[in-house]
Structures are given as structure tokens and as C-alpha cells.
Design a protein around this ligand. Structure first.
Ligand SMILES: C[S@@+](CC[C@H](N)C(=O)[O-])C[C@H]1O[C@@H](n2cnc3c(N)ncnc32)[C@H](O)[C@@H]1O
Length: 355
């Protein structure tokens, strides 16, 4: 309800300032992306400090462009400018956020994900206007790489130490030797992590996106892993059974038929088998999700997750902020019993479902 017809100047300026900072930030993201893809942040860290000229000499790039890029970064607070010496350098905190790949606070993966969406804004607009589905494969390559780079540090921090031990009997089974399905595995970060940690187990990674599976296979073979198999498969068509553990990481909500997928998973588990579902953190009600993190997730959901689900059979469109109640209902509708939240972090909810 509109509370007043008259404009409150203070509120207007607050909103203006808020949106303006987002606009400035959006340009900043593009600056960060340029620095990431050219390796400039890492180079500056390696050099200790630089001027545009010394950076140009070290990288064989254009000095004038670098001057402007360094200035933009300094104004954004992404790089530190020392006025006395006219030199630029990265503080340890700036280095973590902009060039320490794998650190949980390194944001380049997420930035790449945003850039990927901006790059295909015309498709996003057409999909949004028409309401048609948009298959995962219709996204920019930055979407796949950015998703993987963004999610991987959380998996490295939590999967082996917290999430698997939170599932009844899973750690013991995988240590002694078990069979695991990672469904909707994308570029295979979780699949590879489990194969490396549990050499007595065999980990199967399935995803319906062939480019992602190709990249996952390449990464696994570079690591010389022999207890891992990747296959291009729809989540409802897993050609195998007798699994001790089936997992889905940040992907069930992207699927068209989450109940059908979960019910298929129930049928490929052995009698003691467990399904570990990892989904983005959210509360059940929109009113409790009005945070910057949820704002970002609802945005990605509008242009990626919901259209990906809509492009598939059933097209349930759970969205990336489905919340625990809705997700538990999906698992129960699929016939799972004893569904419980086994762990949670700032970014994720982890569910255990027993056959
Ligand atoms: C947000 S990504 C997550 C990928 C990976 N699990 C991770 O956490 O990095 C969602 C993944 O689900 C996959 N996907 C969506 N629907 C699928 C389906 N019906 N069958 C198999 N994979 C599917 C996509 O191809 C994509 O790789």
C-alpha cells in the first residue's frame, strides 16, 4: 500500500544513494572481471606495488588503459593508492577478495557469474517477457565456470568435514568403501573432492550438460583419479543402482521435476542408502528473506534457476530460495522418510533423507 503521495526527500535520497552505489558497483564488477581474466590482481600482488607504467612493462599491456583501470579500482577501494609515491598495491584483504582463488572470501567466481548474465541480457529479457524455459546449456560459459568457482570454496570448507559426517553412517561407509552418485554435478568439484578423500569408494558424477561433464572428466584425469566416473545423464535417468549415498549440490531446484528426481534416487539407493540434498540457504517466507544475499539469489533465480526448471518436463520451478519446508515436502512427496536438516551454513541447507 502506498503510505503517502508526497515524496519524502530523505527517503528519496536514501533510495537514490542505495541504487547509485549498486550502479557504481556494477561497473566495479566489470573492472574486477577485467583484472581477473588478465591476471592483473595477481600480478600486482606479485610485484608488491606498481605504477601504471611498471605494470604495463611487466604485462606488455597498454599503459593508458592500465592507468584508468587502476584509478577506477582505487576509487572503488579494490586496490590501494598511495598518493605520496603515486603507487598502487593490494592490501592482504584486497588480495583475498580479488585474487586468492579458493579462499572462501574470494569473490571472482561470483563476479564471473554476474558478468555471464550481463553478457546475455538480451536472452534474459526475451525469456522473462515470453515466459519460455531457458535450458542450462543456453547460458554463457561464464555461468558454468562462475558457478563452479563460487560454490567450490564452500564445498572444500564444509563437505568432508561437516556435511558428510552429518549424514548417518556416511563417513564410515565412504571411508571403508562405498558407491556414491553426485547428480547435477556440473564441473565436478564435489565429485572430485569425494573421490580424493575416499579412495576406497567409487564416485559417479552425472549431469545432463555435456560441456560441463567434458570439463569434469578433464579435471579428474589431470588429477589421475581412477575411482571416479562421469557421464552425461538426466537426473531422472541414472543408469546404475546400489548406491550407498546419492547427493545433489545446489541443483535440485534447477531441475524440472524435483519430486520425480528424488523418487528416482530412492530407487537407486541400497536399503541402507541415504540421500544428501544440499540447497542454497533460505527461510520459508519471503518476509524473512529480504537480505542482500537473498536479493542476489532471487535475482539469479529469476534469470537462471526458474527458467532452467521451466525448460524441463514438469517445470516445477522451485526457485533458489525455496526454503526448508518446501524442500522437505519435495523429499517426502518422493517417498523418503525421516527427512531432517542435518547441517546448515550461511550459504547452504543440508538435508538427510533415508530410504
Ligand atoms: C547450479 S549448477 C550446480 C552444479 C554443481 N552441483 C555445483 O554445485 O557446482 C546446477 C547443475 O544442475 C544441472 N542440471 C539441471 N537440471 C538437470 C537435470 N534434469 N539432470 C541433470 N543435471 C541437471 C545443470 O546442468 C548444472 O550443472
Amino acid at each position: 500500500m502506498n503510505e503517502a503521495q508526497e515524496i519524502n526527500h530523505d527517503k528519496l535520497m536514501e533510495l537514490f544513494g542505495n541504487v547509485f552505489s549498486h550502479i557504481s558497483g556494477a561497473v566495479g564488477l566489470l573492472m574486477s572481471y577485467l583484472g581477473d581474466q588478465t591476471g592483473l590482481y595477481s600480478k600486482i600482488e606479485e610485484m608488491g606495488s606498481c605504477t601504471a607504467q611498471s605494470l604495463a612493462d611487466a604485462t606488455d599491456m597498454d599503459e593508458r588503459y592500465l592507468q584508468e583501470w587502476l584509478s577506477a579500482n582505487a576509487a572503488h577501494g579494490y586496490i590501494t593508492f598511495e598518493a605520496e609515491t603515486e603507487e598502487f598495491y593490494l592490501s592482504p584483504e584486497q588480495a583475498v577478495v580479488f585474487c586468492r582463488e579458493g579462499e572462501p572470501q574470494c569473490l571472482q567466481g561470483l563476479i564471473q557469474g554476474v558478468i555471464g548474465q550481463m553478457a546475455t541480457q538480451d536472452v534474459a529479457l526475451e525469456v522473462f517477457k515470453t515466459g519460455r524455459g531457458r535450458p542450462w546449456s543456453e547460458h554463457h560459459m561464464c555461468c558454468f565456470c562462475g558457478t563452479d568457482r563460487f560454490f567450490r570454496p564452500a564445498y572444500v570448507s564444509h563437505l568432508v568435514e561437516e556435511w558428510i559426517p552429518s549424514i548417518t553412517g556416511a563417513k564410515e561407509k565412504l571411508t571403508s568403501g562405498g558407491k556414491v552418485a553426485d547428480i547435477g554435478c556440473g564441473l565436478g568439484s564435489t565429485t572430485i573432492l569425494m573421490a580424493e578423500t575416499y579412495p576406497n569408494s567409487h564416485i559417479y558424477g552425472y549431469d545432463f550438460h555435456d560441456e560441463s561433464i567434458k570439463e569434469a572428466q578433464k579435471r579428474a584425469s589431470e588429477k589421475g583419479l581412477t575411482n571416479i566416473t562421469f557421464e552425461v545423464r538426466d537426473a531422472k535417468d541414472i543408469p546404475n543402482e546400489g548406491f550407498d549415498l546419492a547427493c545433489i549440490f545446489d541443483a535440485l531446484h534447477d531441475m524440472g521435476d524435483p519430486v520425480g528426481v528424488a523418487s528416482g534416487i530412492k530407487s537407486i539407493l541400497n536399503d541402507e542408502g541415504k540421500f544428501m540434498l544440499v540447497e542454497p540457504f533460505a527461510e520459508d517466507e519471503l518476509k524473512d528473506n529480504l537480505t542482500p544475499a537473498s536479493a542476489m539469489m532471487y535475482g539469479f533465480s529469476t534469470i537462471v534457476c526458474v527458467p532452467t526448471s521451466r525448460a524441463q518436463e514438469v517445470g516445477l520451478c522451485l526457485g533458489a530460495q525455496a526454503g526448508p519446508k518446501r524442500l522437505i515436502k519435495v523429499l517426502e512427496d518422493a517417498g523418503f522418510e525421516g527427512v531432517r536438516i542435518s547441517d546448515s551454513t550461511t550459504n547452504n541447507l543440508v538435508f538427510e533423507a533415508a530410504k
